[in-house]
Write a protein that binds this ligand. Structure first.
Ligand code: TLP
Length: 346
């Protein structure tokens, strides 16, 4: 790659800071398959405590955490309910079909969020022809909904409906700390009605690798076995956990800075002709912008930005996604706005 000045493709691109690297170098380690890595154990205890659940499991990625959750909660042939743009359904290589063998029942929500009515309608009555729905997966924040937040009340209402119908609730909380910071509530409140939660250390929290799966002891014991089956039984992985512990203890509150930068970017974009942003839906660190200038293809825009050292991802033929994170500054946003203006207003 050429000279990259601003990488807004995702919050996954953050590099571990010097303190993290120092803690990683010094981390006490052991064989985690024997349960002997003290740093992994500490990270799992800390994660469970933060979310006020009984236990947690370190996994290599958000995808692995979500897939293990689906495997653990369901049996083959079950139906699972999820939003149509959700990562578990749309971005995990069809893993739920391949591995858990479940039947997805998707709901097209509003900016990635499903309503209580939509959920009620999606849960089918008992009938000899229908699969049995056993799991509801919610994504908070919703990535392709544009970083939108499901509130505590909304979460509880959806979980109540699910539980009343015998479904378990899993939260893909890759960015759950962004949601909690936005709502200004403890993350443990936001996830209290969920049976399991996956959250990522390697997104806004800035750690280089890893995600956590959190739930009851019984759930995590079963999940630990699925992790082993999938080849995710790690050995001296305390080196990775050390960065995660630092992130959880020190980098949660600063997510607000990423949200502020996303807001600044969204406001700036909304003033540039040829590109449209719905400022009202920009709540956390993701900005979805639609290209309205008809003589410019979205891939051309991505390429022109790249030539100026700015990286973004396109979502479809009209839409690009910007994600702010720990390695993005106010100056980076000013520069990005200036370049986009030059391209679109020329
Ligand atoms: N999201 C990535 C890409 O895969 C799209 C990104 O750049 O945003 N749940 C949600 C809501 C996610 O956004 C992601 C990653 C995952 C799960 C998977 O996490 P990883 O990449 O660690 O497997």
């Amino acid at each position: 790659m050429g000279n990259i000045l601003v990488d807004l493709r995702s919050d996954t691109v953050t590099k571990p800071c010097p303190i993290m690297r120092e803690l990683m170098a010094k981390a006490e380690v052991g064989d985690d398959v024997y349960g002997e890595d003290p740093t992994i154990n500490k990270l799992e205890e800390l994660s469970a405590r933060k979310l006020n659940k009984e236990a947690a499991l370190f996994v290599t990625s958000g995808t692995m955490g979500n897939q293990i959750a689906v495997l653990t909660h369901t049996s083959r042939g079950d139906e699972i309910i999820l939003e149509a743009s959700s990562h578990i359904y749309a971005f995990e290589v069809g893993g739920i079909a391949m591995m858990a063998g479940v039947m997805p029942n998707t709901i097209t929500g509003n900016n990635g969020k499903i309503s209580p009515d939509q959920l009620r309608k999606a849960i089918k009555p008992e009938n000899i022809h229908y699969p049995k729905a056993t799991l509801l997966c919610l994504e908070n924040t919703s990535n392709f909904g544009g970083g939108t937040v499901t509130t505590l009340e909304e979460m509880d209402e959806l979980a109540n409906i699910a539980k009343g119908n015998g479904l378990k609730v899993h939260i893909d909380g890759a960015r759950i700390f962004n949601a909690a910071v936005y709502l200004n509530i403890p993350v443990s409140d936001l996830v209290k009605s969920a049976d399991s939660i996956m959250f990522c250390l390697s997104k806004g929290l800035g750690a280089p690798v890893g995600s956590m799966l959190v739930g009851s002891k019984e759930f995590i014991n079963k999940a630990r076995k699925y992790r082993k089956m999938l080849g995710g039984g790690l050995r001296q992985a305390g080196i990775l956990a050390a960065a995660g512990i630092y992130a959880l203890e020190n980098l949660v509150e600063r997510l607000q800075e990423d949200h502020n930068l996303a807001g600044k970017l969204a406001r700036g974009l909304s003033e540039i002709p040829g590109i449209k942003v719905n400022i009202g839906t920009v709540q956390t660190n993701i900005v979805m912008a639609d290209l309205t200038k008809s003589d410019l293809d979205v891939n051309n825009l991505v390429e022109l930005l790249k030539q100026k050292g700015i990286l973004v991802n396109s979502v479809n033929e009209k839409r690009i996604r910007f994600v702010t994170h720990r390695d993005i500054s106010t100056e980076n946003i000013d520069y990005t706005l200036q370049v986009i203006k030059q391209i679109l207003v020329s």
